[in-house]
Design a protein. Structure first.
Length: 106
């Protein structure tokens, strides 16, 4: 991965989340949730940085990166405190490779 100015990334992410929070304050009862491709891509680049993972091309089916141990991994990133679906079995959690998450304030 090319050298990235992570201070700038933090500023940009703070701006995104701050804008969503401000919109929610301006329009009570409406949610301005950052989701979809945006959150997935944020999670992928942060996990790649944190775990030194070379990322696959965007939208590669099933996996997102190759971990140093040689296993293909899928990166999941959520803004909430929970992920939909049942929790993974312990053996699956360790076999699937690294996972990263950012929890925004409730």
């Amino acid at each position: 991965m090319a050298e990235v100015d992570w201070a700038e990334v933090r500023t940009l992410l703070d701006s995104l989340y701050g804008s969503a929070e401000r919109l929610e304050a301006l329009f009570p009862g409406r949610k301005f949730t950052l989701d979809g491709h945006l959150v997935c891509s944020i999670g992928e680049v942060i996990a790649a940085y944190m775990f030194d993972l070379p990322l696959d091309p965007a939208s590669t089916m099933v996996h997102d990166a190759l971990c140093p141990a040689g296993r293909r991994v899928e990166i999941k990133f959520t803004q909430g405190r929970t992920v939909a679906g049942p929790p993974p079995a312990p053996h699956k959690a360790t076999a699937s490779g690294p996972s990263a998450s950012h929890t925004s304030p409730a």
